[in-house]
Ligand binder design. Structure first.
Ligand code: AMP
Ligand code: MG
Length: 410
């Protein structure tokens, strides 16, 4: 029998065989959360011409030498430039343009004096109460970015600022990795849909819904194929129905019991890669492999085990498929304010709440009464703590927490 792998070993092995999916061209405004499949270079200088950083007056700095509160310099105002307009003619000695933020600085002008340091006077003149250095309050052409600069590397995740950068260079389409399309199904004779009849011994198939939601939360597109009975033919039909998808996530029936048919059926259909037990609690039986080049997960049926193994193993795969470079759950360090029990010979993965202390440090509160079937004991969790085998943790200990969702961030 193969030795049990640690969580990290299992994830390393799983990720070895995963490459990003191909790419597609999308309208920029629909690409939020996607990953760039090619670098993006600035198409032109931004700003495209020198413009004003203030509302005020565009001047020749040399005209204002020695200007002060007591000895203002008076210039004649030859026009107004607002954002989107152009100065009609170059500025000559002794002249100023009224100018507004974002408006192009007219030729001849080399500084802008803010409105608060001026007073409009008689007969189209303005009094300026301070001198200006050349370039003051002027944003030079290309101050944001120069044409040709690589603004974003392939692998950049598109957020609102990236969308601003793309469209400000007049890009309307962008080449991004595809979103993984995932087929999800559940196995078990006891399962009924949420609106099904709950006769004795039956339970609602919660995993299908939870795992589909977890796929969506990871940025993938999930399709719930439904439930298969603990019967090789029914399971085989589901696996066949999943073949057009980029990945398959099944739950239940992956142990070595008489009713656990998922593994033999997948193997019969050509599953490559390993079945292994990971040295963790919950979630010891985890099935992973490739079927016709696509990743396949068989997660344990217990609802908490299914979500733990999804977050630790399947979510990184989905992120890699979607082109992300950072695929593992991020960690932060937190001080425990309640005990976190250990498991014998295996890493105990414990759900925890996170709060921020008065000093800004994170406090982890491991949730009580955890168990692989106790979904109620996971509610409100923000992360997971890996408690080392046989080494319980006590209040005051520092733990690395895998972050699932920070309070306030989702
Ligand atoms: P299994 O992994 O098939 O041995 O299932 C382990 C436990 O998880 C059993 O108590 C099942 O009833 C339960 N279980 C399996 N699949 C689901 C599911 N889709 N939704 C809720 N509970 C499930
Ligand atoms: Mg079962």
């Amino acid at each position: 029998m193969a030795p049990m792998r640690t969580i990290d070993e299992a994830l390393d092995r799983i990720l070895e065989g995963i490459r990003p999916l191909g790419s597609e061209r999308l309208p920029v405004q629909t690409a939020l959360g996607r990953v760039l499949a090619e670098p993006f270079h600035a198409r032109f200088d931004l700003p495209p011409c020198a413009n004003s950083a203030m509302d005020g007056y565009a001047v020749r700095a040399a005209d204002l030498a020695g200007a002060s509160e007591d000895a203002p310099v008076r210039l004649s105002v030859v026009g107004t430039v607002a954002a989107g307009a152009l100065g009609e003619r170059p500025l000559a000695e002794g002249e100023a343009y009224r100018i507004f933020t974002g408006a192009p600085v007219p030729p001849g002008a080399d500084a802008v004096v803010m409105q608060e340091r001026t007073r409009a006077g008689e007969g189209g003149t303005v009094a300026l109460f301070s001198a200006a250095a050349p370039g003051e309050n002027v944003r030079p052409r290309g101050d944001d970015v120069r044409a040709g600069t690589e603004l974003m590397a392939a692998g950049t995740v598109i957020g609102p600022a990236e969308i601003a950068a793309l469209v400000s260079h007049a890009r309307t389409q962008v080449q991004v990795h595809r979103r993984p399309r995932v087929a999800v199904f559940s196995t078990g004779d006891e399962l009924v849909p949420p609106d099904g009849e709950l006769s004795e011994g039956r339970i609602v198939d919660s995993n299908g819904y939870a795992l589909a939601a977890a796929c969506e939360a990871a940025g993938a597109e999930a399709t719930l194929l439904g439930r298969a009975k603990d019967d090789p033919e029914a399971i085989g039909a589901m696996i066949d129905a999943a073949s057009p998808f980029d990945m398959l996530v099944a739950s239940g029936g992956v142990s070595v019991g008489d009713y656990d048919h998922v593994r033999p059926v997948l193997e019969e259909k050509g599953l490559e890669g390993g079945f292994w037990k990971v040295a963790m609690k919950p979630g010891k039986p985890v099935l992973f492999g490739h079927l016709r080049g696509r990743p396949v997960f068989g997660l344990p049926g217990n609802p908490v085990s299914a979500l733990v193994t999804f977050n630790l193993f399947a979510r990184p795969v989905l992120r890699r498929l979607a082109g992300h470079e950072d695929v593992r759950p991020p960690t932060l360090r937190a001080i425990l304010d309640a005990p976190a029990p250990a498991a014998k010979g295996r890493t105990h993965v414990v759900w925890t709440r996170l709060t921020q202390g008065a000093d800004g440090g994170w406090i982890a509160t491991p949730l009580a009464r955890q168990g692989s079937h106790r979904i109620a004991a996971t509610l409100g969790a923000h992360g997971l703590i890996a408690v080392a085998p046989d080494t319980p943790m006590a209040p005051g200990d520092e733990a690395a927490v895998w972050v699932l969702a920070l309070p306030g961030a989702s």
